[in-house]
Design a protein around this ligand. Structure first.
Ligand code: PMT
Length: 399
């Protein structure tokens, strides 16, 4: 897919700049012609020579240098580019780009290009979470730039948190997935549920679970990019709703049920990645419960099973996909849910694994189909899995 494509790789001044060398190398190996533009900051971390050797092309480091043997005056690369990737994208770069500044070759090129732009923010967690940075990211996403979400992990500044640039392989996977799946869900209405529900105990406490929403949000974002009309019904999550989806925020299972049932009749595909609480507190206290006694007994009653209800209501054109989060007897329990809830497919997660399930960036799943087929998927990012699932669902729909 990248063969003979002109790809502009923007490298800004972050410690993750060293990873961009591998991105350049992989792009070139994939047959692309790679043109690197480095900011002044990036050159403090890595030399232009490295990129020149890797790409075989001159590296642009300034707006005021010599014009090279091909035409690189100001906007030539902007016009040449089939695709732009900025990795790493620092907070400073994002601020400048969101303001429409053009004070170096990278920002100038981005302002002038009509090519799709992908950007991979990488920075300290507090900088990333700062509302200014988030506003800048949102502005760029609103303009149609593709955000490659940062991963969580140990950062160069010594703390653990979100802000790590994904590995080069993941960045390229993300870009390729986007290019590959253009509009194969055009005209389809997809309802996705994500994150966990909160079941109130009193006005300040709740029963919840560890679902971050990453899996469901990845599915919603991927479906939207592939042309679907997406409704995302989500329990509380720290994630930003993907751009372009119709977002409905809920707290309890009862609220999720109401939103899902309301939209279900008009949807073609439902994907229930949410971790819905099976029980709720029978008598929710009106006032904050005081700790007067040594023991507190809460009586829980069963929540309605939303997915089961959908399974009972669904018509033969609708595709219903559930998830099963299990810590033991994965296949057996998932199979039982597939049948009981009348699903077309169930995505079985072994959530006892460190690299799968709740609040992880990757997932490892087995897919169980109505016809008895079982497919084992290798470990992959939740973004990649989202696209894999959508491709399989499209195949089911076309059967
Ligand atoms: O959000 P992340 O941190 O990325 O984590 C992703 C995930 C682990 C939450 C996700 O991949 C996942 O497995 N979601 C389903 C979790 C779950 O609650 O599974 P379950 O086996 O309890 O439920 C089976 C299915 O029935 C699910 O599709 C669930 O949405 C649905 N259900 C369950 C109970 C209920 N009362 N109503 C429902 O609709």
């Amino acid at each position: 897919m990248l063969k003979d494509k002109n790809i502009v790789l923007g490298v800004t001044g972050g410690i993750a700049a060293y990873k961009s060398v591998e991105i350049a190398s992989r792009l070139r190996k994939a047959g692309a012609s790679v043109h690197v533009i480095m900011t002044a900051g990036a050159q403090n971390f890595i030399t232009p020579l490295t990129f020149r050797e890797i790409t075989g092309n001159p590296v642009i480091t300034t707006m005021w240098g010599e014009v090279h043997n091909y035409n690189v005056e100001h906007i030539a690369l902007a016009q040449l580019a089939d695709l732009v990737i900025v990795a790493p994208a620092t907070a400073n770069f994002l601020a400048k780009a969101a303001m429409g500044m053009a004070d170096d070759m990278l920002t100038t090129t981005l302002l002038a290009t009509k090519a799709p732009i992908y950007f991979a923010p990488a920075m300290n967690t507090n900088m990333y979470n700062n509302p200014l940075t988030q506003t800048n990211i949102q502005s760029l996403v609103d303009l149609g730039w593709h955000l490659i979400p940062p991963a969580s992990g140990h950062l160069a500044c010594g703390i653990d948190g979100v802000g790590r640039m994904p590995d080069p392989v993941e960045i390229l996977d993300f870009v390729l997935e986007n290019i590959a799946h253009k509009a194969d869900l055009q005209g389809k209405k997809i309802l996705v549920t994500a994150a966990g529900t909160y079941e109130p105990i009193d006005p300040v406490r709740y029963i919840g679970n560890r679902s971050s929403g990453k899996m469901g949000y990845a599915i919603a974002a991927a479906a939207q990019k592939r042309g679907a009309e997406v409704i995302l019904v989500s329990g509380p999550s720290a994630l930003m709703p993907p751009q372009g989806v119709d977002f409905i925020g809920v707290e309890s299972a009862a609220q999720m049920r109401e939103a899902v049932l309301k939209h279900f009749p008009k949807t073609d595909i439902v994907i229930k990645a949410a971790a819905v609480a099976d029980y709720r507190v029978r008598n929710v206290a009106e006032q904050k419960i005081k700790k007067n006694d040594d023991k507190l007994t809460l009586v829980l009653e069963k929540n309605p099973d939303i997915l089961k209800e959908l399974g009972e209501k669904k018509n033969s054109d609708q595709i219903l996909v559930g998830f099963a989060a299990e810590t033991q007897n994965l296949l057996e329990y998932a199979q039982a849910k597939l049948e009981k809830k009348n699903l077309d497919m169930i995505v079985a997660n072994d959530v006892s694994r460190k690299d799968a399930g709740f609040n992880t960036d990757t997932n490892v799943v087995k897919l169980l189909y109505k016809n008895g087929t079982i497919e084992e998927m290798p470990i992959m990012t939740k973004q990649k899995l989202a696209n894999e699932l959508l491709s399989k669902i499209i195949r089911l729909k076309n059967q």
